[in-house]
Design a binder for this molecule. Structure first.
Ligand code: NAP
Length: 262
């Protein structure tokens, strides 16, 4: 039996990845391209978009996913360049406004929801109308391990990610059987967005994780690639946690071979 997961898992497919110029989005775009997909990428910085598209041998559009016209322009670019749109990865997000919710500016809160929740929906709508309704496809939304916990300062971010998690399930139910919709929830990953968390305390954070290190963008990219591949053809509406054991770290002892009572 030949595997549908490997260097040609996405051969002949076309993929849109938002926020693809650095961090997790860039690793995802690279992984999809390495699996044979043609890439259409976006981010706000036009120079970075040009550089990334050129590196991937794909196309790119500079813009803010929160701008109402951007989702349509981006999916149109993919359809125009490649004649198809099989994979959509909603990765771009903001972690602002950061701080207690009682201090949150409602306009900034709305802006965050526009980028983190509304834009992914608009992109799915555009991909569906332009290609997936007729031909099928796979959508992966990048959520967060923290989406379902309360935590200091991250109220706006987590609430948006929790909404995206639910949006994923709702869309999965609505869009099958042709279109699969899943999410990946990363734990702490070494990127710019999370630098303020990992830089000051990486060793201590890593020591507290069952798998002993923080995440790298490629850890998340491999999970996204699998969900986009035919290997996951019977998987929809699920959230794949890629967190090095963050959710189960309360059970960790400093000596993993000396379990209580052993
Ligand atoms: N890093 C972590 O620990 C972690 C953990 C859980 C979940 N996540 C999620 O993983 C995803 C990627 O995060 P990351 O850590 O890789 O972030 P990152 O390193 O800051 O990269 C973010 C990417 O998105 C683009 N971007 C940001 N805002 C955008 C907007 N409004 N419109 C279009 N593009 C935009 C950025 O380029 P421009 O600035 O040029 O636009 C960049 O390409 C996000 O959904 C994040 O919530 C990350």
């Amino acid at each position: 039996m030949t595997s549908s997961y490997g260097p040609s898992a996405l051969h002949g497919r076309a993929a849109v990845v938002t926020g693809a110029t650095r961090g997790i989005g860039r690793a995802v775009a690279r992984a999809l391209a390495d699996a044979g997909a043609r890439l259409c990428v976006s981010a706000r910085d036009a120079d970075e978009v040009r550089r990334t598209a050129a590196e991937l041998g794909g196309v790119g559009l500079a813009g803010d996913v929160g701008d109402p016209g951007h989702p349509r322009a981006l999916t149109d670019l993919c359809l125009h360049a490649f004649g198809r749109l099989d994979v959509l990865v909603n990765n771009a997000a903001t972690n602002q406004p950061y701080g207690p919710l009682m201090d949150a500016d409602p306009d900034l809160w709305r802006d965050a929801f526009t980028v983190n929740v509304e834009a992914p929906l608009r992109l799915v709508q555009c991909a569906w109308r332009g290609w997936m309704r007729e031909h099928g496809g796979a959508v992966v939304n990048i959520c967060s391990e923290g989406a379902t916990h309360a935590g200091p300062g991250v109220g706006a971010y987590s609430t948006g990610k929790a909404a995206l998690l639910h949006l994923t399930r709702q869309l999965a139910g609505e869009l099958g059987p042709g279109v699969r919709v899943n999410s990946v929830s990363p734990g702490l990953v070494r990127t710019e967005m999370a630098r303020f968390v990992w830089e000051p305390g990486e060793d201590e954070i890593a020591a507290g994780l069952p798998l002993g290190r923080i995440g790298e963008p490629a850890d998340v990219a491999r999970a996204v690639l699998w969900l986009c591949s035919a290997e996951a053809e019977w998987v929809t509406g699920t959230d794949l946690l890629v967190d090095g054991g963050t959710r189960v770290r309360a059970a960790r002892t400093r000596d993993p071979h000396h379990l209580p009572g052993a």
